[in-house]
Design a protein around this ligand. Structure first.
Ligand code: AMP
Ligand code: GLY
Length: 359
């Protein structure tokens, strides 16, 4: 029977989920009120870590979202470290708090909206950062390599894995520019056969770890991985789809997203690459300017536009956040088209990365 579906949350990721769900044969309609839904799909980490999945499950509503216990994989980096250690999953080694081996990585233990992690290169940087973040924090070794994001769906019994994606976290190409929520993403990432084999092995370990720990939720687990020392090391877990990786993956899917979640169907993809480019507002991430009128170019329907931080007033669009729009396209060189489209958008303080490419 078709379902009334509520997608919980309000950014571009959630818009992309709504778009995919509304096309599903299993969806009757989208509803805003979770109490009125047969199925709730959770977007952001905060409600998941606050235990809202447990809350709605207890009311008998089916939820796609990690339960409170396993949400600690994201909300407590030390919980995640213990989970990995118990199951032989590789990650960066913890260093003593007073370690003077640089570079090193300082990480706040709790949720910090992407602002709790910094690679520091000397004691001065370390002191400045540790004074800014909430305690407790810890120090880990710096790993050098290329990163991928792998999003998986745990259906209560096994993992269904989406193809690897890559996001661009830095505000611009400068290695020291600030971390953002993500300035762009693409998928798939081309891996060597050896890298793919090691990835399959890692994902089996993760699946077995969840089963052995008695996980019974249905929800998304995001593994932030880095390729170093000839293997994948976990940098972080998130208990949700990544933003903007989600937009890239969902536009790349060639079959019904809800069937993947509810009917054990394997994801299939379109040809070429899928990319997503963030239009942000000057001042992002710390102090974005809001209130610019936005005029989108006419006549290019091949680019999908999701609203991340947009307000509508009298049929006009205005910027209303740091990340404003998420542009998506599938093709052979999608970033070229996205950049051209981005240039044509009228918005006084728009910023976007024009150096992003597929590599
Ligand atoms: P996290 O929120 O833990 O993923 O950290 C954000 C970003 O910081 C990651 O995507 C990496 O680019 C970087 N990072 C985190 N941990 C490490 C590490 N141990 N070594 C090098 N870079 C790291
Ligand atoms: N794009 C990374 C994240 O969603 O945390």
């Amino acid at each position: 029977m078709p379902l009334k579906v509520c997608v919980y949350g309000s950014g571009a990721r959630e818009e992309a989920i709504r778009d995919a769900v509304s096309k599903s044969k299993l969806c009757e309609n989208l509803v805003e009120d979770p109490e009125a839904a047969d199925l709730i799909i959770f977007g952001p980490e905060q409600p998941i870590c606050d235990g809202l999945v447990d809350h709605y499950c207890q009311k008998g509503i089916k939820c796609i979202g990690v339960d409170k216990k396993f949400s600690q994989l994201e909300s407590s980096k030390l919980f995640a470290k213990k989970f990995m250690a118990n199951h032989g999953i590789k990650c960066a080694k913890l260093l003593p708090l007073e370690s003077e081996i640089f570079p090193q990585v300082v990480k706040a233990d709790g949720l910090c909206k992407g602002k709790g992690v910094k690679v520091v290169y000397n004691s001065k940087e370390k002191d400045e950062f540790t004074r800014k973040i909430p305690a407790p924090y810890f120090i880990e070794e710096y790993l050098d390599g290329s990163e991928i994001s792998v999003m998986s769906y745990f259906n209560g019994q096994k993992l269904v894995n989406f193809c690897p994606a890559r996001d661009f976290k830095r505000l611009n190409s400068d290695k020291k520019s600030p971390n953002t929520g993500g300035m762009g993403a693409y998928c798939p990432v081309d891996l060597s056969e050896y890298q793919q084999n090691r990835l399959d092995l890692y994902l089996k370990l993760l699946e077995q770890a969840l089963i052995d720990e008695g996980a019974s939720f249905t929800g998304f687990i995001y593994s932030g991985l880095i390729w170093t020392r000839d293997d994948w090391y976990v940098l972080e877990y998130n208990v949700r789809l990544g933003d903007p990786e989600c937009q890239a993956i969902l536009n790349y899917l060639d079959n019904d997203f809800l069937s993947i979640l509810l009917e054990d169907v394997i994801p299939r993809y379109k040809k070429g690459y899928s990319a997503c480019l963030t239009i942000a507002s000057e001042g992002y991430p710390d102090n974005p300017i809001k209130g610019d009128e936005i005029i989108l170019p006419d006549g290019d329907n091949s680019v999908k536009v999701y609203f991340a931080g947009v307000k509508t007033e009298n049929d006009k669009l205005y910027s209303n956040g740091g990340r404003v729009l998420s542009l998506c396209k599938v093709g052979e060189e999608p970033f070229v088209d996205l950049k051209n489209y981005a240039e044509k958008i009228i918005m006084k303080h728009k910023i976007f990365r024009n150096d992003i490419t597929i590599f």
